[in-house]
Design a protein around this ligand. Structure first.
Ligand code: MN
Length: 394
């Protein structure tokens, strides 16, 4: 799931969690986490080994939630590798389109075997399912009720409600890939990057870590530890190939629109880019990344209507006091299903608001005016400005 849909903790709470997680991560400390197993283990990897050993010769469905990204793809690959060693056969599936050009390149250049879900798939053959890099294990599809959540690994803010045979949530990890690098280096099977498959996994994990920590700027100790483990196994040419992609022309065009329509309020910059095609959705976040470089701006919000169906927005901030997760949750609240329209982590956040039947409005110009006015005024109110939204944003 893309990190923008998720939550990272901050402030005091994070300090406390970091302490707890450090204790939990230490090999010498007994681990009793929320996992349903009653055994006590010396480390999470020992617990993982125990759980996997107990379900040998079963079939596991590894589910990538939300938009496939380097961290969820890499951690799923690592889980698949570990499971294979325990004779657990697994398939990795994803539900959303791979929208980001870099992620498409990742899957293509690494020749990664992941399947896009479709209704003709027979999922009844799977005994268990697994989710990594997502705040909750709810899937967009219904699995057989007997198909139990076997493994749940994440690094976003813990909801405290997830139940899995094996559960490892570390809020003090910058990426799920780092947690998997730790498992790989401590599991009973040699993972040294000597063969093509292992090198590919190590390279993907390194890319996942770099991508989720903004090139280590937001990294925690475990992310550095993980890269130390992975570095000798990484295929550097491949890593360069997957991480240095040029910006597509479409994203450039979108950035130009965002710049033309920018609305600067103090340290804040807002930009409504209008209607955006589904495959250009990630351009919204990339625009926001770029605009944040402007001098005097510490928070950027870029939003648009994607595929005519939902409002998609990205927030980027350099501010030390603004908590994107709290901010977005405060502004937009929850949908009718009780799920927040958005969230975030330390430096970034995002929101997705379905337009529902309003999306069918034939007068797109009018619809955009309405959307822009609503979104802008919600943000203005939050930052304490009397809301006067420029109608076309120019
Ligand atoms: Mn992640």
């Amino acid at each position: 799931m893309s990190e923008e849909n998720l939550t990272k903790t901050s402030g005091q709470e994070q300090e406390q969690t970091r302490k707890d997680s450090q204790e939990a991560g230490q090999q010498s400390q007994p681990v009793s986490n929320q996992s349903s197993s009653k055994e006590v283990f010396s480390s999470k990897v020992e617990e993982l080994k125990f759980v996997l050993n107990s379900v040998k010769n079963t079939k596991l469905l590894i589910c990538i939630k939300g938009f496939p990204d380097p961290d969820n793809i890499a951690s799923s690959l690592a889980l698949q590798w570990i499971c294979k060693k325990y004779d657990i056969e697994s398939t990795i599936i994803y539900f959303e389109e791979i929208s980001h050009h870099e992620n498409r390149a990742l899957v293509k250049k690494l020749d990664i075997d992941i399947d896009h879900y479709n209704e003709s798939m027979d999922l009844s053959v799977y005994n268990y399912f697994a989710v990594t890099d997502s705040q909750n294990p709810e899937l967009p599809i219904k699995l057989d009720p007997s198909c139990e959540l076997l493994v749940f690994v994440d690094h976003h803010k813990s909801l405290g409600t997830v139940k899995a045979r094996f559960l490892d949530i570390r809020e003090d990890a910058g990426s799920a890939s780092s947690i998997f690098a730790e498992y790989l280096s401590n599991c009973d099977f040699k993972f040294d990057g000597e063969n093509v498959e292992e090198s590919k996994i190590a390279t993907s994990l390194m890319h996942g870590i770099r991508s989720d920590t903004d090139d280590f700027i937001m990294a925690y100790p475990i992310d550095y530890e993980a890269s130390k483990i992975l570095a000798p196994m990484v295929d550097k040419d491949l890593l360069a190939l997957i991480s240095r992609q040029s910006i597509p022309a479409k994203t450039m065009d979108l950035t130009q629109v965002a710049l033309q329509r920018k609305d600067i309020r103090g340290n804040f910059m807002f930009s409504g880019v209008g209607f955006v095609r589904e495959e250009e959705r990630d351009g919204i976040g990339q625009c926001a990344d770029y605009l944040l470089n402007r001098e005097g701006i510490d928070t950027v919000v870029v939003y648009g209507v994607v595929a005519g169906e939902y409002i998609d927005g990205s927030l980027r901030t350099k501010s030390h006091i603004l908590d994107p997760d709290k901010w977005i949750k405060d502004i937009f609240g929850k949908g009718p299903d009780g799920i927040y329209y958005g969230g975030g982590r330390k430096d970034k956040g995002g929101f997705q608001i379905p337009l529902g039947v309003l999306g069918k409005c034939a007068d797109k110009e009018l619809l955009w005016i309405l959307i822009k006015k609503t979104i802008d005024e919600l943000f203005y109110e939050k930052i304490g400005i009397e809301g006067k939204s420029g109608v076309d944003g120019d």
